[in-house]
Structures are given as C-alpha cells and as structure tokens.
Design a binder for this molecule. Sequence first.
Ligand SMILES: [Zn+2]
Length: 198
Amino acid sequence: MESMKSCHLCKEDYVEVKQRLSMRQVAEYYGCKVNRKGTCLCPFHADNNPSLKIYKDDKGYYCFTCGNGGDVVKFVGRMFGLRNEEACKKLIEDFSLPIALAGLTYREKRERSRKQLERRKQQRFRKWAYTVLKNYWMLLCEAAHNFASPHFEEAMQELSVIEYRLECIQKHLEEYHADREAVRKIGEIERRIAGWNG
Ligand SMILES: [Zn+2]
C-alpha cells in the first residue's frame, strides 16, 4: 500500500491497533508458540526455556531473561527492527485492520474517538462487574457449605444466577453493558456484599 507508507499515524491509530489486537494473537502470528501458562520462547534472545510472559490482560509481554518488554507495537518493532510508527503500520497491514490511515473525514475521526471511548468504558465496567460478582460468588459458596449460615438459603437461590451473570459478562459484554437493569443489579450486589456481615 503505497499511500500508507507516506502518511503519518496519529495517537488514535495506536490506540485502535492496541485495542483490536491481543498480545497472544500477535506473538502467535509471528511464530511464537504460546503455551497454556501464557509463556513462550523469547524471540529476542537464544531461549531454550520459555521465559517470555504474556501479561494477564493480554496487552503486553515481558521476558524474564533478557528484560525485553512492551506492547504489541514494541514487539513487532523489536522483531523486525522497525520504529514504532512503521511497526504499527505493519500490524495494520498484516492483520488487515479496518483502519483507514489517510483521508478520514472529521466526522469519521469523531466517530472513531467515540467508539474507542465506548470500548474503554466497557472494559472498565467488565473489570468492576467481574470483581463484584466474583466476590459475591465466593461468599455464596462459603455459605452454601455451611448449613447453619444465615446466608445458606440465599446461596441456594443465587449461586447459579451469579454464575450465569459471570458468563454473560465474559461472552456478551456489549449487550450486558447496554442493559441498564443488569448494570443496576451489579451496584445492588456491591451494596449487598458491603452489608454481608451486618
Ligand atoms: Zn528474552
């Protein structure tokens, strides 16, 4: 793509690339075999024992032996000897990301910023909701194993409901976040946990 080589990327392009790609996806695409523990042989030093770790959030990496680390752009830059901007362009090309590098209208740019913001909000919501539900779930599990617990009945009623909600957040984050009633419920559960021993 000739047009792409000459144009410059803006901050939103980097954000977009990082949001759209996971670290694991990128590492695997360029030949790293990532195991179940999220580690692989480091391509940046002679490695015979997997010492490159992919972060839990799947957005970055770090090698415990040679100390290289960063995000998907840094990874590709290091691997192919490219500056950040070139590395970012390579990712856009290699993954055919729907990012129009040149000639975005003002309206399109605004729309893109809006979507990026929305995605960030969703991620924040997921983190919060997941923590709340998981904490509640653990309290319920504890209560379910103790017949004398004042929360035993609640546990019997709610455990499967909470498990269902956890699954929904993992699988249908966008819909869940858009559902006002479901979001309100998480707030309710948060207050429920706060008054658990009261
Ligand atoms: Zn290394």
